[in-house]
Structures are given as C-alpha cells and as structure tokens.
Design a protein around this ligand. Structure first.
Ligand SMILES: [Zn+2]
Length: 236
C-alpha cells in the first residue's frame, strides 16, 4: 500500500465515522421525541390552568349540594311532625310556616346548584379533552424513548468499532504524514485529507486556482500538498 493509499483509507474511515456520528446526532426519532415533549409540556400547562379554574366551582358545587341535602332532610323532618295528629294548632301553624320557608330556600339552593353544574360542565369537558389529547402523545413518548435508546446504543456500538478500525488505518500512515493529517483534522474537522474532484477540494468545496492545481499535480511522487482554504491534505 502506498502512503497515498493509506492516507485515502484513513480519510475514508474518518468520513464514515462523521456520517455515522451525524446520524447519531440527528436521529429523526429524537427530533420527534423533542417535539412530542414540547407538546406534552404545553398540554400539562393547559391542564393545570383548566383544573385551577374548575376547582373553585367544584368546591362551591359540593357545598351547595350539601346545603340542598340538609334542607331536604329538614323538610322531610317537618313534614313528619306536621303529619303527627297530636300536635296543637299553634304549633302546626309554626311548623307549616317553617316548612314553607325551608322549601323556598331549598328551591333557590337547587337553582344555584344547577347553575354551578352548568358552569362546571364545560370546564370538566376541557379537562377531558386535554387528557384525551395527551394520552396518545404520552404513549408515543414512551415508544420514542425506547427507540432512541435502542438506536443510540446500536450507533454507539457501530461508532466504537469504526473508531477501532480507524486507529488501525492511522497506524498504516507514516508518522510525519500522520502528524500533518492530524493537524489538518484538528483544524478543519471531519477528516485531515480531501480529494480533488473536478478541480475542487471536496473537503471545503473550494475551486482550486489553476496555479494551485498545477502545483499539487506537479509534486514529486509521495509528496502531498494541502488545500489553501481548509488546509486538508489534497489527494488526486
Ligand atoms: Zn479544502
């Protein structure tokens, strides 16, 4: 294997690693997961707001209902006393008066209870709507979390074996050349070498000036020039 071949093999290994690493960074499942989480957080906020507005109405409804139950019991009690034949006439009149009053109160409390029921219904409905919107999203989130974990682990394994193979290729490059390669890699990223394709450096896409191109082509065998733009070693 020539030095140039060894350098090309190293460049290809680094480019391959970068492709897999980019795939790892931009998993469509992870991107969907992020969107789902944003949506779930906003639904959780809406749910809290809906619960906050429904809670006081629910409390008023409960106390109104308790009051109407109490009045109904009181009315039943008074009716029983009135039905008792042994009660004196003045007492009967007083009982009847109280019963009328209790029934009047009861009717107004029941009206209020109905108003509160009508008020709480749409609030409860919006809570149900938010919950039914969130429920499929929550299970989608679990699925995506599992998929992202599995894909991430498998890509991490792949990257680890690609990096091990890359080290073997790096060892095949002579030290001086590898030092230049590593310096260009540290500066430009992805790979420390690039291929000249159609008069361009395929690392940074710079169209090489004719003079630069001639200079790279005119180098003695085994000598390797660098891209004036990105500094990567240029392979012809
Ligand atoms: Zn370049």
């Amino acid at each position: 294997m020539t030095d140039v071949d060894a350098l090309r093999a190293l460049m290809e290994a680094d480019r391959w690693i970068e492709r897999v690493a980019a795939q790892r960074r931009h998993l469509p499942e992870a991107e969907e997961l992020a969107r789902v989480e944003v949506e779930l957080r906003s639904l959780a906020g809406a749910l809290r707001a809906a619960q906050d507005s429904s809670a006081p109405v629910r409390e008023r409804l409960a106390s109104t209902h308790a009051e109407s139950t109490r009045l109904a019991e009181r009315a039943t009690d008074l009716e029983r006393k009135l039905a008792n034949s042994g009660v004196a006439a003045p007492t009967l009149a007083a009982l009847q008066h109280e019963l009328d009053h209790v029934r009047e109160l009861q009717s107004s409390v029941e009206d209020h209870e109905i108003e509160l029921l009508l008020e709480v219904e749409p609030l409860d409905e919006s809570i149900r709507a938010i919950r039914s919107q969130a429920s499929p999203l929550a299970s989608r989130r679990s699925d995506l979390q599992a998929q992202v974990a599995a894909l991430g682990a498998s890509l991490d394994d792949e990257l680890a074996s690609l990096r091990a193979a890359r080290e073997l290729r790096a060892e095949a490059v002579p030290d001086a050349l590898r030092a230049r390669y590593d310096a260009a890699l540290a500066r430009a990223g992805v790979s420390g070498a690039a291929q000249v394709v159609g008069g361009r450096c395929d690392g940074c896409r710079l169209a090489l000036a004719p003079l630069d191109l001639d200079r790279v082509k005119g180098l003695a065998a085994g000598e390797i020039g660098a891209c004036p733009e990105c500094g990567r070693l240029l392979l012809l």
